[in-house]
Design a protein around this ligand. Sequence first.
Ligand code: FAD
Length: 480
Amino acid sequence: KPIIVWFRDDLRLGDHPALWEAAGSGRPLLCVFNFDAASEGLRALGGAARWWLHGALEALDEALAARGGGLALFRGAAVDMIPRIAAANSASAVFWNRRYGLAERRIDEAVKSALARLGIAGRSFNGHLIHEPWTISNSEGKPFRVFSAFWRAAARLGPPAAPLPSPETLRFARLPDELSRLCLPLSALALEPAAPDWAAGLRQTWQRGEAGARRGLKRFLEDGFAAYAANRDLPAAPATSRLSPYLRFGNISVRQVWHAATAAAMDGGPHGERNLEKFLSELGWREFSYHLLYHHPDLAQRNFQSRFDRMPWRDDAAALSAWQKGRTGYPLVDAGMRELWATGWMHNRVRMVAASFLTKHLLIDWRAGEAWFWDTLVDADPANNPASWQWVAGCGADAAPYFRIFNPVLQGEKFDPDGSYVRRWVPELQGLSRPHIHRPWTAAPTLLARTGIPAGAYPQPIVDHDRARNRALDAYRELG
Ligand code: FAD
């Protein structure tokens, strides 16, 4: 009797507890992915995430094929499909790694009950986090609301277990005819854009799947890590790992990343320890976001601090569109929004500045920005995205205070001092020199003409910084 391994946000073979346990049983396996757009409450994936998912499924199928099997694809509500697949296969059990959103947890419980009614075991594992949300609480047994205290409590639990290797040999079950008929080719899921094909920049930027994750981790540890603490805020420097989409879809596990970074820090030169601490604490923010999502399932819909329910957000379609297109007239914001559109990713410092600009300078509801990021980020994450948006907007847990408003010009001058990031993503400004690159409106028209920028090619600022800042502060004061 085979075991079904149900893949979800864990599209890899290495450090995959469900696969490892199933393989260790000696039984034949059936590896399954079910594309579920039918279950209630599940948030539909955005365009960039769908694109990523396509590549990650393809890569997983190839990796399984290299071991003599493959990934069987299905589509439908999991609570119907998984028990049906298990029954048709006369499976002894279904194994999977856990997810933490409310809808996902409800689905898993329903699947487990349906399997139990068929006499089939459903077993779940932790493949996504260092510590699952219910394992960490404060002295009153309540969830944490402050990151530093959360992270200290997590540290007391010790480092994560060593990652599991990829199973060397796998034995696969044959798909019964009844199931073969239900099985879909990847193209049937239509996850990649057809016309228009907006994914060219994404394809150039990323190698999706587990091999891409391994390569990215190696490159980071060899090139970026040694100056991570010093350079991680500089968007032009290749200083951060860019592992976020791989972690989002489980093409790599957080335990693999943790242990590889820890090993690299051992011989990582004079700053090894500082780099490691900083890097692990970023993984800690990911853990904290999942902690928040678990305890506040409506994180993407509802202000964590309810007094923000009274915030007089502005409805301004033109400003929202200028922000989305990278045409606000503030070079750092625009560079970030264009990097996002072109590659499906944006540097963390620039995400903070762009999100602050939307919620404070434009006074537009953070949920509009969160939704845009959800659609355009390859790492669009059900926990990190809403938690980070709420953090920037000031309404989140342990959030940046609302009255601390980033000045996008000063942020640019501090973190992109020579303007090379802006020049890469805002080609209209390529000819501008250092004093003007983050404030192009200060360049005299003759200078602009000499640099070859056609008049009107780059917009004037859509809001004045001081006025926008005061408007945001007034709105905030009204909250009381
Ligand atoms: P590194 O610096 O190399 O960090 C390693 C890993 O730690 C990342 O891959 C990521 O998994 C995690 N991490 C790093 N910073 C954070 C953080 N601040 N919060 C939570 N986890 C973090 N991250 C996402 O993964 N998905 C999102 O949808 C997302 N949306 C964001 C929206 C906004 C408005 C902001 C300000 C941040 C958002 N982040 C999101 C967090 C962060 O920007 C990205 O994780 C980071 O830029 C990814 O780059 P990296 O892999 O090179 O990070």
